[in-house]
Design a protein around this ligand. Structure first.
Ligand SMILES: Cc1cc2nc3c(=O)[nH]c(=O)nc-3n(C[C@H](O)[C@H](O)[C@H](O)COP(=O)(O)OP(=O)(O)OC[C@H]3O[C@@H](n4cnc5c(N)ncnc54)[C@H](O)[C@@H]3O)c2cc1C
Length: 336
C-alpha cells in the first residue's frame, strides 16, 4: 500500500536548491494530515554532507542515491533512479520543484509510472474526507484557479513553483533515518554525453532567491527607469524585479516578473515603485515580510498590502532614498 510524502530535493553542484527546502515544509503539513512521514529524495555524487540539512528542515527519512552518473542532472538516470525508488517504496505523494529540472523530470516519471501530474501548483492540501491530495493551480491564463485530484493512481504527483511554499524554521535538533539506495546503472542509461557545462555569466540572482527586491512597474516611465532601481538594488545587495506591464512593453526580461503569471517571491523586503497593485501582481508578492510602496496615486491598491506607503513621485523619492542610505552607510563604516 502506498504511503509517505516524498520530496525530490534538487541539488546543483552539491548545493541544495531552496525550492526543495520549501517543499519539505509543505510535505510536513501534508504528512501530518495523513499520519505519515516525510521522505526526502537526494540524488547526486558526493552529496551526503547535505543530508543533515534535510532533517533540520522537515525530512523524517532521506533516501540518498550517490552515483557518478547523477553528478549533473540528466533526464534518463534521474528518471530511472526515482522510478526504482517509487517501485520499492510506493509513495503516496511525490513533490517536485517547478524548476527547469523538475519540469523535465516529473512528466517523464508520470508517463513511466503511469500516474497523474499537476504542474505549477500554488496550493496543496489533503481532502479531509477522501484523504486525496487537492492540487490547486491557475488555469486559463490565470483567470481561474483549478483544483485537481488524482483519485485512481498513486503516487499523486505535483510540481510547485519556487517561492510559493514556506520552509519550516530550521531545527538543528531534528534528526532522521538515512537510507542509502544503490541503483544499478548501465552505460546505456547515460544516453547523452555532457561535453561541457557552460554557466551564464550573469551576476543576477534569481528573484525568488533574493532577500531584497526592488520592483518597478509602468510608473517608472520606460526601460531607462530600471537604471535608477538597479542602483538602489546594488546598494541594498538586492535584485530588480517588475510587474507584467513592463515585461509586456519589452522594458525588461520576463524572468524578472512577479505575479500570477510570473514568479512568486517572499523576500524580507519588497520595494514597489510605480506599481498599481493589481490582484495578479499581489498574488506573487503579498507574503513578503516588509513591503514599501511608492506611488503617486494615493488610492493605488498596492497601499492595501504595503507596510509602509509613500504617496509621491518615485523620480524624486528614489534618489533621496539612495542619498540617505549612502549617508547612513558611510556613517556606520566610520563608526565601525
Ligand atoms: C490573466 C492575467 C495574468 C496577469 N499576471 C500578472 C503578473 O503575473 N504580474 C503582474 O504584475 N501583472 C499581471 N497581470 C497584469 C495586471 O493585471 C496589471 O495590468 C499589471 O500588474 C499592471 O502593472 P503596473 O502596476 O506596473 O502598471 P499600471 O497598472 O499602469 O500602474 C502604474 C502605477 O504607477 C503609478 N505611477 C505612475 N507614475 C508614477 C511616478 N512617477 N511615481 C510613482 N508612481 C507612479 C501609477 O499611479 C500606477 O499606480 C495579469 C493580468 C491578467 C489578466
Amino acid at each position: 500500500m502506498s504511503k509517505n510524502v516524498f520530496v525530490f530535493v534538487e541539488q546543483r553542484d552539491g548545493e541544495l536548491q531552496k525550492v526543495g527546502i520549501e517543499l519539505l515544509g509543505k510535505a510536513n503539513e501534508l504528512a501530518k494530515d495523513l499520519g505519515q512521514e516525510v521522505v526526502a529524495l537526494l540524488l547526486g555524487e558526493n552529496v551526503k554532507d547535505q543530508v543533515e540539512v534535510l532533517f533540520h528542515h522537515g525530512a523524517d527519512k532521506v533516501i540518498l542515491v550517490d552515483h557518478p552518473m547523477l553528478k549533473e542532472y540528466v533526464t534518463e538516470p534521474y528518471a530511472k533512479a526515482i522510478y526504482e525508488i517509487n517501485k520499492k517504496y510506493e509513495p503516496e505523494i511525490i513533490l517536485y520543484g517547478a524548476s527547469a529540472i523538475g519540469r523535465d523530470l516529473a512528466p517523464r516519471l508520470a508517463a513511466r509510472i503511469h500516474t497523474g501530474l499537476t504542474a505549477d501548483c500554488t496550493g496543496l492540501e489533503i481532502d479531509e474526507e477522501t484523504k486525496n491530495l487537492r492540487m490547486t493551480r491557475p488555469a486559463f491564463g490565470g483567470n481561474l484557479m483549478a483544483t485537481i485530484v488524482c483519485a485512481d493512481f498513486r503516487p499523486q504527483m505535483a510540481t510547485v513553483r519556487p517561492g510559493v511554499m514556506s520552509p519550516m524554521d530550521t531545527d538543528h535538533t531534528r534528526t532522521g533515518e538515512l537510507i542509502e539506495e544503490k541503483i544499478e546503472f548501465t552505460d546505456a542509461d547515460m544516453n547523452v554525453t555532457i561535453r561541457e557545462v557552460a554557466k551564464s555569466e550573469s551576476k543576477k540572482k534569481d528573484i525568488t532567491e533574493a532577500n531584497i527586491l526592488v520592483s518597478g512597474g509602468r510608473g517608472i516611465g520606460g526601460p531607462e527607469g530600471f537604471k535608477l532601481l538597479q542602483e538602489l538594488a546594488d546598494e541594498f545587495e538586492g535584485e530588480v524585479s517588475t510587474s507584467r506591464a513592463t515585461v509586456d512593453a519589452g522594458w525588461i526580461e520576463k524572468d524578472r516578473q512577479v505575479g500570477q503569471t510570473g514568479k512568486t517571491v517572499r523576500p524580507e523586503l519588497y520595494f514597489a515603485f510605480g506599481i498599481s497593485g493589481a490582484i495578479q501582481h499581489l498574488a506573487g508578492m503579498e507574503e513578503s515580510d516588509l513591503i514599501i510602496a511608492v506611488n503617486k496615486n494615493e488610492a493605488a491598491p498596492i497601499f492595501d498590502v504595503a507596510d509602509l506607503g509613500i504617496v509621491g513621485d518615485l523620480n524624486a523619492i528614489v534618489p533621496k532614498l539612495l542619498e540617505e542610505y549612502r549617508k547612513e552607510k558611510a556613517l556606520k563604516e566610520e563608526i565601525d
